[in-house]
Design a protein around this ligand. Sequence first.
Ligand SMILES: [Zn+2]
Length: 168
Amino acid sequence: MSPRTRQPDMRIGYGWDSHEFKSGNPLKIGGVMLPHDKGLGGHSDGDVLLHAITDALLGAIAGPDIGVLFPPSDSQWKNADSVVFLREALQRVKNAGYKLVNLDSTLILSAPKIGPHADAIRKRVAELCGIPGDCVGIKAKTPEGMGTDNAAIANVAVLLMRSERSAR
Ligand SMILES: [Zn+2]
């Protein structure tokens, strides 16, 4: 039996990321610029949601994680558009013979309020991932009692199914 025949029809993936708020940075979440007095520092453009989606996709196919593929220590990824990371993960999912069915996310941050921007984020993420908007969950919570008011955290779950081409 070849390894391919043992491939499951469906796979879940889970991703988590956090970034610290920094003054003077633009705030980008899910590929959307949000009006706020601080942005997210750290790796690339600090898009915590796209990073968690990327890791969830890579995790679903048991691939290397975002930090291995795009090391923060590598200066070429400084201020990079995180869409690049997401595209690489989607390509790897495709190469593995799978496609993304849906994704669900929970953002945890004290500010800004995500509610007014949730539809814009949903639309952008759906477009980037090539899935319908009603297959993208965008939820947000404030970090009650967690002491993480100066950070944005993203949790993401994805479901993959075997693509037609590789289905048997
Ligand atoms: Zn990140």
